[in-house]
Design a protein around this ligand. Sequence first.
Ligand SMILES: NC(=O)c1ccc[n+]([C@@H]2O[C@H](COP(=O)([O-])OP(=O)(O)OC[C@H]3O[C@@H](n4cnc5c(N)ncnc54)[C@H](OP(=O)(O)O)[C@@H]3O)[C@@H](O)[C@H]2O)c1
Length: 229
Amino acid sequence: MYLRFAVAALTLIIGGPAMADTIAIIGTGDVGGALGPEFAQQGHTIVYGSRDPGRSKVEELVERTGDLASATTPAEAAAQADIVVLAVPGLMVEEITRSLGDLSGKIIIDPTNPLERRMNRLEHAVDTSNAEIIQAAAPGAYVVKAFNTLNWKTMVDPASAGGPVSIPLVGDNGRAKDKVAELVSGMGLEPIDVGPLRDARWVEGMLILWINNRYGSKRPSFDYHLRKD
Ligand SMILES: NC(=O)c1ccc[n+]([C@@H]2O[C@H](COP(=O)([O-])OP(=O)(O)OC[C@H]3O[C@@H](n4cnc5c(N)ncnc54)[C@H](OP(=O)(O)O)[C@@H]3O)[C@@H](O)[C@H]2O)c1
């Protein structure tokens, strides 16, 4: 919380973040609606990419995000942005990434989880990981997996977890990971670089373990967060 206020205060004093970016948030559901306003508070310009940017729910989201926010189609939003967040259904990432046009040189933040219901369980639905699928669909972009391990409510209120919450980051480009780490820190969360993109499948697996114990299981449910040493 303290960190969040410190960042907001600094932003007011110096008139903006060290480097204000345009961030496209593709998808206006729970995760898009949580991350957009958080990044806007850090002084970035937010453009939502929605299949229906004119509907009232999206207009309300733009309004609560702030003066610099807008909404358009997913491809137009991505074209304007330095950073693209794919806050979309986990089984659609390849199709949606391809539909966004050339993403070369942009950072893609991937908070998705490829979940598929099989019998009474949710399973990891791909052989590799969504992050690697996105990277293959946008080979010139810098993919960083982040935010997939925690509920959107904890993203916007880390104090509700009862202590510092760390966000594992995986990706193959150090500068892209540093940039995403800045956004994470600005939300009052702690970034931890846990490895290259090929480790995304293990980070995606964290959610499978949690969700299958939380819902539809007779075992006691639990919550967990990584915490830096
Ligand atoms: N919910 C969480 O707490 C949470 C936490 C961590 C990670 N995640 C992961 O983050 C991703 C987004 O989760 P979410 O909870 O924000 O999902 P959601 O509420 O269902 O929102 C997904 C958004 O994607 C857009 N979209 C684009 N193409 C779509 C299509 N064909 N069908 C449906 N929606 C489409 C929609 O926005 P428009 O209608 O504006 O196009 C929709 O609102 C998922 O992969 C999820 O596993 C979720």
